[in-house]
Design a protein around this ligand. Structure first.
Ligand code: RB5
Length: 147
């Protein structure tokens, strides 16, 4: 199950990715937004993040204009490793080395075809584990400091 979310700027690309995944027989859960009316990316970044941490989705794909704001928002949720990728190499490495559980895309940065390729690579690549497990564990142990 893949959770999808976007703001207004990401909406057309989210819809394109939704259609692409459904055509491939992949189950999706659409957390919104549902039109190009102005929407706040933190809301949808958090919704997708909570769908992943809550176990309703295995992975998430989030889209805003640049992918930056919505990835920053998703990464505020404990347990989330959201990776902003602009090509399939980054998507592959985000899964292999970082065990990223959310892919962030910039609808104003990548074209539809490149985005499809990035999504396919992300969802079909597994974490390599090994020496990368310790590093991912270190990330997940980072707590807000009091300084
Ligand atoms: C919306 O105009 C834009 O700021 C938003 O989609 C995103 O790019 C923010 O990071």
């Amino acid at each position: 199950m893949i959770a999808l979310g976007s703001d207004h700027a990401g909406y057309p690309l989210k819809e394109h990715i939704k259609k692409h995944l459904i055509e491939k027989g992949i189950e999706i859960i659409d957390m919104g937004c549902f039109s190009t009316d102005s929407a706040h990316y933190p809301e949808y970044g958090e919704k997708v993040a909570r769908a992943v941490t809550g176990g309703r989705a295995d992975l998430g794909v989030i889209v805003c204009g640049t992918g930056i704001g919505i990835s920053i928002a998703a990464n505020k949720v404990s347990g989330i490793r959201a990776a902003l990728c602009t090509d399939s190499y980054m998507a592959r490495m985000a899964r292999l080395h970082n065990d990223a559980n959310i892919l962030a895309l910039g609808a104003r940065v990548v074209g539809m075809g490149v985005a499809e390729d990035i999504v396919d690579t992300f969802i079909h690549t597994s974490f390599e584990g090994g020496r990368h497990s310790e590093r991912v564990d270190m990330i997940m142990r980072i707590k807000e400091s009091s300084d």
